[in-house]
Design a binder for this molecule. Structure first.
Ligand code: CTP
Length: 409
């Protein structure tokens, strides 16, 4: 993504430090920031740290006539593609909801003709107060966008919703906004993607699972979204935050994943990135299996549906492009290609998950081989985000080809 810029309004809250990280995270993603720091905000971060990171002047209420001549507040409010308020304190939200303009931040919010994304940050009681909830509803009905707040331990020692979303999640929401606003090569294409592990219950407290983190699948969902695709992400249980701007369906078991995937079709492309459990316990009891009765010494299993194979071999409504993954420990290329043919998918992304290889499972990097009907390509080891970007670009090139051409290949 290039050439997009935001105007960041940093309110006065302890979460203001995360806004510094946000500026850096956005810069990494090619989004330029210019910032306004409220008077209360200057109690938490300094204009110097903000301007060092944005590489631009930081505007504050000390904004004087010289500044006004340089860039008037009206121009400032319209200079960016998106306004981001982070931290959006209860006070800032109240002012914006009521059109109050008595300082640079609130004046800018009233004068802008650009969309505004708020990342609320406040004490849980302030967040839950009827007045804040009223302001939230008003801002939403005025078209404002929101990310967070998260739930968790707060700087004030309390627990609950009110903690500002992490910088990475706000950056994700900004990227999702720009992806929707621009016409990417995948605009109008629907892509269904499975990710993460599945949990196959044995009894109310135990399940069979695997080491999949969901990182690679989530990164692919974000990369496809960034190219403008409508992404349906069907995910098993993970500990990571799913990307914003995609339709998220959470499931636990392989059977639930199968049902959700079939329901999400038709699509232009299906990507099965999930590490689906091949087997599930033949019986799931509604009581805890007791050791004394020897219940866990012999677990009977039954085969789960194969989602990739089912979609690949659909008689009607098969997505024009079906992509599978193959995590192998030996003879990666050979086993993966056999798997592609056996399952009937178009492409397979193979990776080596043997103990000697770098840890793709759970790790942040991946080294894959893309196997298509035309042959195989080994990609060098790179971050999972880069693998995702490259794969998304390849998918967009493939979907752009006229159908007759791809059928003749
Ligand atoms: N897959 C699936 N449903 C299953 C099993 C696997 O959709 N029940 C998909 C995975 O999402 C992946 C591909 O099939 O895209 C390959 O998964 P893998 O576990 O490597 O293949 P298996 O068929 O389980 O083969 P094996 O375990 O024997 O290597």
């Amino acid at each position: 993504m290039t050439d997009n810029s935001i105007l960041l309004i940093i309110g006065g809250g302890i979460a203001a430090y995360k806004s510094l990280e946000l500026i850096r995270e956005l810069a990494r993603r090619g989004v330029k920031s210019r910032a306004i720091l409220t008077k209360a905000g200057t109690e938490f971060v300094t204009p110097l740290s903000v301007s060092s990171l944005t590489g631009e002047k930081c505007y504050t209420d000390l904004f004087d006539l010289t500044d006004e001549a340089e860039m008037g507040h009206i121009e400032l409010s319209r200079s960016a593609d998106l306004l981001v308020v982070a931290p959006a304190t209860a006070g800032l939200m109240a002012k914006a909801a009521n059109g109050l303009a008595n300082d640079l931040a609130s004046t800018t919010l009233l004068a802008t003709d650009k969309p505004v994304l708020y990342a609320p940050a406040m004490n849980v009681r302030m967040w839950e107060h009827a007045a804040t909830q009223r302001n939230l509803a008003t801002l939403k009905s005025d078209g404002a966008l929101f990310v967070g707040p998260d739930e968790g331990d707060m700087a004030c020692g309390e627990f609950g919703p009110g903690r500002m979303a992490e910088a990475i999640d706000i950056a994700d929401a900004v990227e999702a906004y720009f992806a929707k606003a621009s016409n990417g090569p995948l605009t109008g294409k629907r892509i269904v993607l499975t990710a993460g592990p599945t949990h196959e219950p044995l009894d109310p407290v135990r399940y069979i699972a695997n080491r999949s983190s969901g990182k690679q699948g989530y990164a692919i969902a974000a990369a496809l979204r960034n190219l403008g695709a409508d992404v349906v992400l069907i995910t098993g249980p993970t500990n990571i935050t799913p990307p914003k701007g995609v339709e998220l369906i959470r499931v636990q078991t392989a059977r639930e994943m199968m049902v959700a995937t079939e329901k999400a079709l038709p699509a232009d492309c299906a990507i099965c990135c999930a590490a689906v459990a091949d087997y599930r316990p033949a019986t799931e009891t509604d009581h805890k299996i007791k050791k004394e009765r020897g219940g866990l010494t012999n677990i009977q299993v039954t085969e789960n549906p194969d989602i990739l194979k089912t979609i690949s071999q659909m008689k009607a409504g098969r997505p024009p492009l079906v992509v599978g993954f193959a995590a192998e420990t030996d003879d990666v290329l050979c086993y993966a290609d056999v798997k592609r043919k056996r399952k009937g998918c178009d492409w397979i992304v193979a990776n080596d998950v043997s103990p000697g290889a770098h840890s793709a499972m759970g790790g942040d990097r991946n080294s894959v081989i893309l196997i298509t009907e035309k042959g195989d390509e080994a990609w060098p080891e790179m971050p999972k985000q880069e693998v995702a970007k490259r794969l998304a670009e390849r998918i967009s090139q493939q979907l752009a080809k006229p159908k007759l051409v791809s059928a003749a290949e």
